[in-house]
Write a protein that binds this ligand. Structure first.
Ligand SMILES: [Zn+2]
Length: 370
């Protein structure tokens, strides 16, 4: 063959290969040029500039499936669960943007701007695959009588939440001279015990021992002698009176009834107190505590980790009690919280949280695919 003709053929072949590669290797979705960013942001409501600059989310990559657990473009917050009432717990989740590990706190603020409560976020592992979010749990005060409030995350986000209305029972409790003295006579030991208890329940540890639902510490159908949130009037033996809100449930059980831990947790207090008698407090997840008062005997030990159903003591009538009963109380971020709600549903509902985050992922993917 003519060597010149062979060179031309080789050149033509290479040219064809080049054209072929050039045609079929073009990105199927054209990359955004920097000058078109502003127009794109208008289209992607809620997706920040940073999201668009995330290499995993722009151009070609948006075609592939999008994994919000790995490539969350911006901080995402949501409330898990139904409309709360006064006395109900509120769980807020926070999925930080990639490489964001800010320490944040959520606050509940009334319509008039009063801070009603709040809590710091902690790490919550949702499943065996290791998916995790930040979560915080606090409670709407049982004394709050509005229906509108906001959850404010400092420097980040605000959600409006509507609250269901709720009525509580009123009750009068006559006190004999010794019980009157327990409530009215100043006592440095009483003050110190009160300060210690407040310090414990205001604390927020880092361990999730239980996610709920909790189990009542005595048989669930036990007769109740007082209810959560009762508006109490104490009639003192000296003719005076005082008001209080009942922070828990009183079960009318005879002395010696076994009392069990309502969920797994760590015992943070086990001992005698002047007003509440033999008392046990267990932390179940950061800032969420169960409290057992007026016990005849205590079996739980401070610092021990207990399982749900472990025997922690026997009921009695120690401290300020008008008769044998078990006072059972739950606290979230130091606020008293309705035990029935904590027994009815998980306080950390992994399935519900994953559903919310999956929906958010689908929303971002839809916006990016437009
Ligand atoms: Zn009580």
């Amino acid at each position: 063959m003519n060597p010149r003709y062979d060179t031309v053929l080789r050149f033509a072949y290479l040219l064809l290969c080049f054209i072929f590669i050039a045609c079929f290797s073009q990105p199927r979705v054209p990359r955004q040029s920097p000058s078109s960013d502003s127009a794109v942001i208008d289209d992607l409501d809620g997706i920040s500039n940073a999201a668009l600059k995330n290499p995993a989310l722009d151009g070609q990559s948006a075609e592939k499936s999008f994994d919000i657990w790995k490539e969350n473009p911006e901080d995402f917050y949501a409330i898990v669960g139904e409309l709360p009432r006064p006395g109900d717990p509120v769980t807020v989740i926070f999925l930080p943007a990639k490489d964001n590990n800010r320490k944040l706190e959520a606050s509940l603020v009334s319509g008039s701007g009063k801070r009603l409560g709040g809590a710091p976020f902690f790490d919550w592992v949702l499943d065996d695959e290791g998916h995790s979010v930040k979560a915080c749990v606090f409670s709407v005060p049982s004394t709050f009588d509005g229906t509108e409030a906001v959850v404010r995350i400092e420097g980040a986000d605000i959600f409006e939440i509507r609250l269901k209305e709720r009525k509580f029972v009123a009750e009068e409790i006559p006190l004999n001279p010794s019980n009157t003295a327990l409530r009215t006579v100043p006592d440095p030991r009483k003050t110190a015990e009160s300060e210690r208890l407040w310090a414990i329940i205001s604390r927020s540890g880092g361990t999730v021992y239980a996610t709920g639902p909790f189990t009542p510490p005595v048989a669930a159908d036990t007769r109740r002698t007082s209810f959560f949130g009762d508006r109490r009037v104490y009639r003192y033996s000296n003719g005076k009176s005082d008001t209080a809100v009942h922070a828990g449930i009183d079960y009318g059980v005879p002395t010696g009834t076994p009392v069990s831990a309502c969920a797994a947790g760590r015992v943070v207090l086990a001992g005698e107190r002047i007003v509440t008698g033999n008392s046990v407090i267990i932390e179940h997840l950061p800032g969420v505590y169960s409290i057992y008062y007026h016990l005849d005997r205590i079996f739980a030990e401070e610092g021990a980790v207990v399982k749900e159903g472990d025997l922690i003591g026997l009921s009695g009538s120690t401290g300020l009690a008008t008769g044998p009963h078990l006072h059972w109380e739950l606290r979230a971020a130091s606020e008293n919280t309705d035990p029935d709600v904590l027994c009815a549903r998980p306080i950390l509902d992994g399935a519900a949280a994953k559903k919310i985050i999956k929906e958010r992922g689908e929303q971002i993917y839809a916006e990016l695919s437009r």
